[in-house]
Write a protein that binds this ligand. Structure first.
Ligand code: PEP
Ligand code: MG
Length: 572
């Protein structure tokens, strides 16, 4: 019978397929003890299951090598590391040998102990790592009880599960799975990040759907809105076909824009940069004709590992990014760790009462002289291979910029002493802190460019945590205060002759392009997957008509008025 579930979209795309339900409830093993004489054999049984799981990960890694980005392969490596973790192995062995638990029960007890630790963590990023742990425990468990091979998902299926691990997503897509519906997970999880980069539709938070859907049911999944239709009727199917055709038409139309300029109807050229870190992103940025990379989040190099990347490793990563863009500038944002981005090496402070207002971004870099200088030297060395810029995150005052500028010059001088002929690269500030936005006049002569990080600026300006689902619609850039502040920053940059870009998610939303153009924005930086759509939206805009209506936009008193302005701005 037709039913509709409204859950959370985590990776956009429309899919129609048969459900394959997979529950890891098998882990609900009851308490079982083994006789003293069988303890050794039980420990060995666990050992074999661990070996088999490791072999499986090794084979998977081999298969993926070269086929996917380093970021994707890192997920597999993370799971392989967990499987080799001596603490996990010793704890399991102890539970079997000392408590005489069955291997399955030991696995469950240890999983629950670790889960309790993860659940107490405040950091949503670390909390989301419980998914990785569950995935690994599930793999060991499957080998422990495996009598027949686990059912393989097949082409045309929608995987419906309580949880999905990043490394699985890659496999699933290769097998032809068309979408994933998961009860657990969040748009912040690694799985969601990876699903988006694989263009695999993913819906999370689907607990009720998981209870109602059975193997073989037909599902229509919308990874953007999070809507799932179980047993779609004729009207749903018609709608699905129409939307797919529409999508295909749009894709073809967009492809034609690859080599077209980003020019408004009345002839003003707009600069579109890409937000890119992985090799895939760079290739996409190139393919869609991005003007360069406007935001390269260097902290991604630091997030997944326990040792800090040294100067050489960072240099190679930055150099390759510069080479990949073939002469178009790459903007390296210096380390933006802290708050919701905790690294495993422990640079980000663990016990701050208010981490979003704590030691993050440039504040953290200025706390660790050697780490920061190493990064600046690595960037300076990469400058020998092509144009690059340095972007400083979470700036709140002019003094920070003056210090970074001095440090950057020193790093360049150190590199030059080694015989590498480089000039100090242009340096810019992220505008994310309201005081930096309001007092932007004090920063202008200390920078070569500005980039507005609306993701953080909106959260700080509205006092709305960007990661807190409970605050729902309160987190929105469509607030009169946000628009006025953006107009203020963009206007100050234009009067001073300093380029201003927006690199937060807002810049990637084609619906908001008329609004940002009306506020005076001429440079956007966004994920390359959205770049052609944004180009099309901008090419449909009449800039002078938008400018004529800018005052009205700035007079808007609430979100409804801003939305009405936007509706009137969209060409019929
Ligand atoms: C922002 O805050 O808008 C931004 C681009 O930085 P991040 O999302 O990495 O904090
Ligand atoms: Mg930010």
């Amino acid at each position: 019978m037709r039913q509709v579930f409204a859950d959370h979209g985590a990776s956009r795309g429309l899919a129609l397929g048969r459900a394959r339900v997979r529950l890891s409830r098998a882990l609900e093993v009851g308490e079982r003890h083994v006789p003293a004489a069988q303890v050794g054999a039980e420990a060995q049984r666990l050992q074999h299951a661990l070996d088999a799981a490791r072999e499986e990960m090794r084979a998977l890694r081999e298969k993926l090598q070269g086929a996917l980005s380093d970021e994707a392969v890192e997920f597999v490596d993370l799971h392989a590391l967990l499987l080799d973790d001596p603490e996990l192995i010793q704890a399991l062995d102890g539970l079997i040998r000392q408590e005489r638990y069955s291997a399955g029960y030991a696995l469950r007890v240890q999983r629950d102990r670790l889960a309790a630790v993860f659940e107490r963590m405040d950091d949503p990023y670390l909390k989301a790592r419980l998914d990785d742990l569950d995935h690994i425990i599930g793999r060991i468990h499957a080998h422990l009880y495996r009598r027949e091979p686990a059912p393989r998902s097949t082409a045309g299926e929608v995987l419906v599960c309580d949880n999905v691990a990043p490394s699985e997503l890659i496999q699933l897509q290769a097998q032809g799975v068309v979408a994933v519906v998961s009860a657990a997970g969040s748009p912040l999880s690694h799985s969601a990040i990876l699903a988006r980069s694989l263009y695999l539709p993913l819906v999370v938070g689907a607990t009720e759907a998981l209870d109602r859907i059975n193997d073989g049911d037909v599902l229509m999944v919308d990874g953007e809105s999070g809507r799932i239709v179980l047993d779609p009727d004729a009207a749903d199917l018609r709608d699905y076909r129409a939307r797919r055709q529409q999508e295909a038409r749009e894709r073809r139309g967009l492809e034609r824009l690859r080599s077209k300029p980003t020019r408004t109807l009345d002839g003003t050229d707009i600069v579109l940069y890409a937000n890119a870190e992985s090799r895939e992103d760079m290739a996409r940025a190139h393919a869609v004709g991005a003007a360069g990379v406007g935001l390269y989040r260097t902290e991604f190099l630091f997030l997944q590992r326990e040792e800090l990347p040294d100067e050489e490793e960072q240099f190679l990563a930055y150099r390759d990014a510069v080479l990949a863009m073939g002469g178009r500038p790459v903007t390296f944002r210096t380390l933006d760790l802290g708050a919701d981005k905790a690294d495993r090496a422990g640079l980000a402070l663990a016990n701050e009462d208010n981490p979003a207002l704590g030691v993050r971004g440039v504040r953290l870099s200025l706390l660790y002289d050697e780490v920061f200088d190493t990064q600046l030297r690595a960037i300076a060395r990469a400058a020998a291979y092509g144009p690059l810029r340095v972007l400083v995150p979470m700036v709140s005052c002019r003094e920070e910029l003056l210090i970074v500028r001095r440090r950057l010059r020193r790093a360049v001088a150190a590199v030059r002493r080694r015989g590498v002929a480089v000039e100090p690269p242009p340096m810019g500030a992220m505008i994310e802190v309201p005081a930096a936005a309001i007092g932007v006049h004090g920063l202008l002569d200390a920078v070569d460019f500005l980039s507005v990080g609306t993701n953080d600026l909106v959260q700080y300006l509205l006092a709305v945590d960007r990661n807190n689902d409970a605050l729902g619609g309160l987190y929105s850039p469509l607030h009169p205060g946000v628009l006025r502040l953006l107009a203020h920053v963009i206007g100050a940059g234009a009067r001073h002759g300093t380029p201003v870009a927006v690199c937060g998610e807002m810049a990637g939303d084609p619906m908001l392009a008329p609004l940002l153009l009306a506020l005076g924005l001429r440079e956007f930086s966004l994920h390359p997957a959205n770049l052609l759509e944004l180009r099309r939206a901008i090419r449909d805009c009449d800039l002078s008509a938008l400018q004529a209506r800018a005052d009205k936009l700035l007079q808007a008193r609430d979100r409804a008025a801003i939305e009405r302005w936007l509706q009137a701005a969209v060409p019929a």
